[in-house]
Design a protein around this ligand. Sequence first.
Ligand code: SF4
Length: 495
Amino acid sequence: MKLTFQNHLGKNLNYRRVNVNSSSFIEEIRNLFKPVDEHTKAAIDRRNQELPHHVKVPGQTLGKVGIGCEGTHGVFPKCNFACRPCYHSEEANRIRIDGPHTLSEIEKQMKFLWQNRASYAHAQLIGGEVSLLSPEDHSKAIEIMRRYGREPMSFTHGDVDPEYIKKVALLPDGNRRFKRISFAAHFDTTMIGRRGLRRTQIEADLDEYRKRFADIFHSLKKSHGVKFFLAHNMTVVPSNVDQIPGVIERCRFFGYSMFSFQPAAFVGDEKKWKQDFNTLDPDRIWELIEEGAGAKLDYKVLQVGDTRCNRTAWGFYVGEKWFPYIDGNDDKDVKARDLYLNTFGGVHFNAPLWSLLPKLTTLAVKNPTIIFVAISWLLRKLKKVGGIRAVILDGIYPMTFVMHRFMNEDLVDKAWDLMNQGVQSDDPIIKETQERLAACSYAMAHPELGTVVPACVQHSVLDKKENKVLVNLLPLNKRSVNSDESNPANAVSRS
Ligand code: SF4
């Protein structure tokens, strides 16, 4: 007799057939009930040991529940917008989109991440503009990433036809290819090139485009049951900083579950540095995000690396009011947070329910307190939002607010160079840069060097060199192909 099980890496890997009488079957059952696989546990412990002392605070999630997120690089550098600023080096738009290159590089990078970091993580499918890939190559890229346990989020400027998204999410016969897809769409007044609105200085002008993009996913869910997660990204510059509250207030219920703000830094193409980004004050920006959210956003109760890089507030709306999952002013919430961080580290919450439930059962049997803490947390939240009636009448709308501050490339260049020599700088600005790089939560893989680097290092130091090579390898004057036309990367496998 044969049964089919997924292995311990969860839904993202292929099903394997195992014999019920074999020891491997018993092993599979054991793995099913093991909350976290050894590989992931070791990766999280390693990250914990590597983390600099200054970020080892009670609410730190890195090195406790996970290792941070990951992203692709050099896989489709070209974009058809001309945003100011743009973190891409000037060569990026001289590199053609080439499906086989994209897929084979993603394969190498994801395999490296899977072998050398956790068995699963969130990863950004990022270039360039992802919709310049053919829909077939885009969906194959998502499949490769999932095969290596990565939960991909495709990064786009959002000027995309519904038909394109449909072709990514569905099979040619119209059936669902993916049960769930994730996109991060960038909309802001630094962007130049959107069809129908090439440029504007007024954020509100972009609202109909923000809505139109989200509506594509609502309609795909309605017609084909494809679930979605959407993040709204906005580059913050001196000319649009004061428009942040309005963007959130007007657009928060369009369908985006995350609003992420990136204060601009001096990185990428110098010709596009038109404003003084050093005047952007992170505290002021966060206040403006709070104003838009209509709530105080505690970014210290749960941290992702260094708060000078990342501020995150996880929560949900009931009606017009936003509530945090963990309220830093509530001792019981803080205790619940500590229990969560110390108990659920590395648990793959994106795994299918049949795989997740046995793992949660094991944790609950080992530590029954978590059941009581979870119930009490739920009751507290219910009371806060106004009871079941409020939930039924107003609904729950999950919403995370993020600010991610890339660093200036001259600082990263100096800091990274010294770090490679094992030198800690005395210069306060370079020291800060080194500290932030050491606590980085956003990694990119370099299989050829056998290492991962912070995304800041990628964009500030390595992109330029990488793109110079790619300009020669993939010049624009040759015809772009997709992977169906020239096929080596089609044969992706996880061996
Ligand atoms: S070091 Fe750079 S890429 Fe890493 S978390 Fe900080 S700002 Fe982000």
